[in-house]
Design a protein around this ligand. Structure first.
Ligand code: C2E
Ligand code: CA
Ligand code: CA
Length: 715
């Protein structure tokens, strides 16, 4: 139970914050990944495309360089030629040493050269045998002629962006040509594909940004390896404009923005979750009527409090307080007023609590306290003072409270559970309730402390409840007969039917252990019917067997008297069994006479009319019902066994007994003395004119077969 409660509360306290954090981390990582990809793409797109263009120039130049070297052109001429196209360059040998170049001071700062992959080189250069040079286009047509220098110059100068993009491969190898020209191959780049849209876009963008933005230049050296193994390194001014930067910054900013928004959503979700959790917990712990702590709070916090290490040596008291007749109060006033009173009571209870004590509203008219305990007297006094304050809420009204208290001993006093690990406040509260419920005087404020006997009683009650119906079905209830004798003649003149429970699970149980509970639960009516029909059947059987039957009295509980047709029910049961009505006596307890007197008189009259004998049981045991005697037409008065517990011959109860016998006689009633055990008592009663004696002196209650032996046979 306690585990379930804790689980429930833990579940309520648990937030999905971790899920949110995890989701946030995953999304962030994804975002970082995507943004890096985007930046790489942009980098590729913006920078690499620019570098690629520059590189293609360098590559072409390297091709030219290779061609010139093959032609045997000297370094000086080559240097001049390259200088014509590139302001800063250097030609390095295989070991990376500068062979020659111009304005290459900044080169040393770079340790590696930029290389691009995937660039084809396919413009070729030819030389005729008379040292004349011509270039050949795709259609193998000579487009340029002239000396080597002028052709190279033409080529290099023609290497502007547009040409490069348009440029495509030229001519296959081979020397034979109509004019007998000797062909040399010089590799020149033609990266750009004129059909490539991205290039076209780049162009457009470049055009636009030229107008709208400033440019700045990356100091970049690009190198390309010539056929000879030399490396031509050229300073390429790669231009980056603010548009490119804007794209960069835009991408980064938009990702920052997304993260920021995500973060906001994340924070808001956590806040909303925490607020909801608080609201739920508050609802869970708050009473709907008094708006103060409720049962959940009492059990959860109370248990934690008692189990705290520093409280282990404290003794506590769990108190259950019921505001009695709360429903009546609401009926006479209103529900609203009733709830107001409950709220005021709860406030008073709370104001009386000190630190480390709890007051809660449990159910409709029930409160619970967990308070420190010193002694039974102190606790009782304290509770009475609190109840007094609660009673003072309405000066016109006197409130009644029933209080049950269960003491929780300190851990020292419970060596079997020194850490209070097995402590369950719900069980202890239930024990306090048991102590409260066992109070039966509903008209007075009462306090009852729990003791272990109450548990036994409750367990016993539970067992009875569990078994009672089956017991009727299985006829586990047995009728015992206690004979009644005439003290003058010692003749059997009657008997009382007394129930016994021969239960396979509970053993042989006497009525004192179950009748009071049956009376409480109402099951007694069933039992009385059972007894009546069994007694009637027995009487019929014995008559048939030829026994001289005497009237047998059957106890009928007061619970029956709310049934208007009780007399008819009894008549029908007896008739059904076939027993003569005059052989059945109905015993009513004295307490029955305090209910609706007129209804009772009516029932008794009818019973007598039908031919039954009616007697009053336990006369003199409770309140005096002398007054009832004058109105109620009874046949027999059964003097309570309490009169015969001591010596009656010379004490006051003897006087009461003899006067009662006299009174009964004058009212035309017979008398039966119950619980008579001694011979002197029998003699005394005989002398005073008592008609019958039922007691151990003559006989204990007997099972049917033994009782048979007490009856005489006529046949
Ligand atoms: P009761 O009706 O007053 O029954 C008399 C009780 O006194 C019986 O106890 C009987 O055994 C006992 N008794 C008789 N003579 C003596 C004696 O000389 N000395 C002592 N010490 N006791 C004597 P029992 O049978 O245990 O019944 C107890 C009560 O249970 C009865 O009191 C009656 O109130 C109730 N009860 C028994 N059977 C029934 C029943 O069938 N229906 C109802 N409604 N109540 C029953
Ligand atoms: Ca009786
Ligand atoms: Ca009795």
């Amino acid at each position: 139970m306690i585990k379930n409660r804790e689980k429930r509360i833990r579940r309520m306290k648990r937030t999905n914050v971790w899920i949110f954090i995890l989701a946030y981390i995953v999304i962030s990582l994804l975002g970082i990944g995507v943004s890096m990809l985007m930046m790489m793409f942009t980098d590729e797109y913006v920078v690499n495309s620019k570098i690629a263009k520059e590189y293609s120039k360098v590559e072409k130049m390297t091709g030219v360089y290779s061609g010139l070297r093959k032609l045997g052109t000297d370094e000086g001429a080559v240097k001049d030629l390259i200088s014509g196209s590139f302001e800063s360059f250097a030609v390095l040998d295989k070991d990376g040493k500068v062979k020659f170049g111009s304005n290459y001071d900044g080169l040393g700062e770079y340790e590696s050269y930029f290389n691009l992959e995937g660039i084809d080189s396919n413009i070729r250069l030819y030389r005729s045998d008379d040292n004349k040079i011509m270039t050949v286009n795709e259609d193998h047509r000579i487009t340029t002629t002239g000396d080597l220098q002028s052709v190279i110059s033409y080529l290099v100068h023609s290497l502007n962006e547009e040409d490069l993009e348009k440029a495509h491969s030229v001519v296959s190898e081979q020397s034979e040509n109509d004019q007998g020209v000797e062909l040399y191959q010089v590799t020149v780049d033609s990266t750009a594909d004129p059909d490539d849209e991205s290039d076209v876009d780049t162009e457009k963008i470049l055009e636009m940004t030229k107008i709208i933005s400033k440019k700045f230049t990356l100091p970049l050296w690009l190198g390309c390896e010539a056929e000879s193994g030399d490396i031509v390194v050229v300073r390429c001014p790669v231009e980056i404009n603010t548009y490119d930067l804007a794209v960069y910054i835009g991408i980064i900013l938009s990702f920052y923005l997304i993260f920021y928004l995500l973060f906001l959503v994340f924070i808001i979700t956590i806040i909303v979750t925490l607020v909801n959790q608080r609201i739920n917990l508050n609802l869970y712990f708050t009473d709907t009527i008094t708006r103060l702590p409720n049962r959940n709070m009492f059990l959860y916090n109370g248990e934690k409090l008692v189990r705290k290490r520093r409280n282990l040596n404290k003794t506590y008291a769990v108190v259950s307080i019921e505001f009695m007749k709360y429903n009546n109060f609401c009926l006479c006033h209103s529900m609203k007023e009733g709830e107001d009173v409950l709220t005021k009571m709860h406030k008073i209870l709370r104001s009386n609590m000190v630190r480390g004590e709890i007051a809660a509203h449990m159910t409709i008219a029930e409160f619970a306290l967990l308070v420190n305990y010193n002694s039974q007297e102190d606790t009782e006094e304290r509770i009475r003072k609190i109840l007094k304050q609660m009673d003072d809420i309405d000066p016109d009204h006197s409130f009644i409270f029933h209080v049950g208290i269960k003491v929780i001993p300190s851990a020292q006093e419970t060596p079997e559970d020194p850490r209070r690990k097995d402590f369950d406040l719900e069980i202890e509260y239930n024990n306090a309730c048991t102590a409260r419920i066992s109070l039966d005087d509903k008209d007075d404020t009462k306090i009852n402390f729990f003791d272990d006997k109450l548990i036994e009683e409750q367990q016993w009650e539970d067992k009875i409840l569990e078994n009672q119906n089956r017991a009727v079905e299985n006829e586990e209830f047995v009728v015992y007969y206690q004979p009644k004798y005439d003290p003058n003649t010692d003749k059997l003149t009657g008997a009382e039917a007394l129930i016994r429970w021969d239960s396979p699970s509970l053993g042989f149980v006497s009525p004192g252990r179950f009748i009071p509970q049956f009376e409480k639960s109402g099951f007694i009516t069933e039992i009385d019917h059972y007894m009546l029909s069994h007694v009637a059947s027995d009487q019929k059987k014995w008559l048939d067997m030829g026994y001289e039957c005497v009237p047998v009295s059957v106890n009928v509980s007061r619970a029956h008297f709310i049934e208007n047709d009780l007399a008819e029910q009894i008549r029908d049961i007896v008739d059904k069994a076939g027993a003569p009505r005059h052989l059945i006596e109905i015993e009513l307890t004295e307490s029955a006479f305090f209910d609706d007197k007129n209804a009772l008189i009516d029932i008794i009259n009818r019973l007598k009319e039908y031919g039954f004998i009616v007697s009053m049981d336990d006369f003199g045991s409770g309140y005096s019902s002398l007054n009832s005697l004058k109105d109620i037409p009874l046949d027999v008065l059964k003097l309570d066994a309490g009169f015969f517990s001591g010596d009656i011959s010379d004490d006051r109860s003897g006087i009461v007994v003899s006067e009662t016998i006299r009174l009964a006689k004058s009212l035309n009633m017979k008398t039966v003395a119950e619980g008579v055990e001694a011979r002197e008592q029998v003699e005394f009663l005989a002398a005073k004119g008592c008609d019958m004696i039922q007691g151990y002196y003559y006989s204990k209650p007997l099972p049917g077969n033994e009782y048979e032996q007490k009856m005489e046979k006529n046949s």
